[in-house]
Design a protein around this ligand. Structure first.
Ligand code: FES
Ligand code: FES
Length: 424
């Protein structure tokens, strides 16, 4: 058991809870605030959305211990909030309430939309609300209500709402923490996130998987975060000579062509531009940005450090990926991959260690299969972009789907295999 203290709606709530207790249960069972509803408890339906330090998060996939010392606002805590007052009135006027089960989460997400996207139209409101499911399926009234609040505010701006928007915009401008930025608000957020993922790191260390990355490129703009990010390690083996594997693994265009959801939009020297598209159930994000590649050919090691932003959700990602190509024999090569990453914004709610680990495991499997196919198609390592397996347009059709149910099943299956000492 762990003692946790969280400020919920301005009241300090301190309790002893199991480390696995999620914030939704803490709010309902320890704080006695039952306005926060739990539907899927998999991070999909959005019924449990509350504000954590002013940002909407899914309380069912946020550990209570990760919220130590932070401020949570539930549906009961919006008394006096000018945006919520408008939304409540609009929901009533537009018949957006049916059984009301989804309503607390809908309102929390709608408030975020009103603050973050003052000019959003109906299409954009629908896209933004796609992470909140209404089991009564009455979306029209809900969307109408949010759009009407936006239109009213455009027709007649409200000074209190404008002040909240400015504060929200300032919060979204927080840049990624860089070396030496310890103590910045962004670094503090990464610190919380990283602690929750130490378990993943430990488990993989026990598996004995690791890679010595080349040092950061001299001109690298993206120093690793001062606080440790979550770390995932994995490896795969190919029945190919290591020269061929290294030729592919040291070419960003060929690597991107084999990586599900990845796309390259340009390359200038050691700087590569592009991104990755992801889907998580009904939510999707396309992180676009740039990265710096450092190669260490004598030791066949590479390191890619970059960051990107999803324009739609304003989620931000920072990644530091290192890989090493190891010859195990004339025709057998092992590739060891180590990935450090941090997520901020709405997509960070899907950063729970087990889910991400399972997701990355699947991506690595697909990547290994694509590399194998690419090398078989062009063993001399001369394949051009056109020879490579997938379309390079940044489309969600090629995005790997973080289907939450199948990922959970995969996670449980992996744990059972570990428990009984069996392998794939
Ligand atoms: Fe949290 Fe469904 S209960 S997203
Ligand atoms: Fe019933 Fe949305 S109003 S679930």
């Amino acid at each position: 058991m762990r003692r946790v203290a969280i400020a919920i709606n301005g009241q300090r709530v301190e309790r002893e809870v199991a480390p696995r207790t999620h914030l939704g249960d803490f709010i309902r069972e320890q704080a006695g605030l039952t306005g926060t509803h739990l539907g899927c408890e998999h991070g999909v339906c959005g019924a449990c959305v509350v504000l954590l330090d002013g940002q909407p998060i899914r309380s069912c996939i946020t550990f209570a211990v990760a919220c130590e010392g932070r401020a949570v606002t539930t549906i009961e805590g919006h008394e006096g909030d000018p945006v919520m007052a408008r939304l409540r009135a609009a929901f009533s006027a537009r018949h957006a309430l049916q059984c009301g089960y989804c309503t607390p989460g809908m309102l929390a997400s709608a408030r975020d939309i009103v603050l973050r996207l003052p000019t959003a139209d109906e299409r954009q409101v629908r896209a933004e609300l796609s992470g909140n499911l209404c089991r009564c399926t009455g979306y029209q009234g809900i969307v109408d209500a949010v759009v009407s609040v936006l239109e009213d505010l455009q027709a007649q701006p409200d000074a209190q709402v404008e002040a909240l928007r400015e504060a929200a915009a300032r919060a979204s401008q927080i840049e990624f923490p860089v070396a030496g930025a310890v103590g910045s608000p962004a670094a503090a957020q990464f610190q919380e996130f990283s602690r929750a993922d130490q378990v993943v790191d430990r488990e993989l260390h026990q598996a004995g998987v690791g890679v010595k990355a080349p040092p950061q490129a001299p001109g690298a703009a993206f120093a690793r975060s001062a606080e440790p990010a979550a770390v995932i390690r994995d490896q795969f083996e190919l029945p190919c000579p290591s020269d061929q594997v290294w030729a592919l693994m040291s070419d960003p265009a060929r690597v991107a062509a084999c990586l599900p959801g990845a796309f390259l939009t340009g390359q200038e020297g050691d700087r590569v531009m592009g991104g990755v598209a992801l889907r998580f159930g009904p939510m999707q994000a396309k992180f676009e940005g740039d990265a710096v590649l450092a190669l260490d050919p004598p030791n066949r090691r590479a390191r890619l450090q970059g960051r990107g932003r999803d324009r739609m959700t304003q989620s931000r990602a920072e990644g530091d990926i290192a890989w090493e190509v190891i010859a195990l024999g004339d025709q057998t090569t092992r590739v060891v991959i180590e990935m450090r990453y941090s997520l901020q914004g709405p997509f960070a709610q899907f950063s729970r260690g087990g889910l991400v680990q399972e997701f990355v495991r699947r991506i690595v499997q697909q990547f290994a299969a694509q590399v194998g196919r690419a090398l078989t198609a062009s063993p001399a390592g001369t394949a051009s972009q056109a020879d490579l397996p997938s379309d390079r347009t940044p489309s969600f059709d090629q995005a790997p789907d973080l289907n939450p149910v199948s990922l959970m099943i995969g996670m449980l299956w992996a744990r059972l295999r570990r428990l009984f000492g069996t392998r794939d």
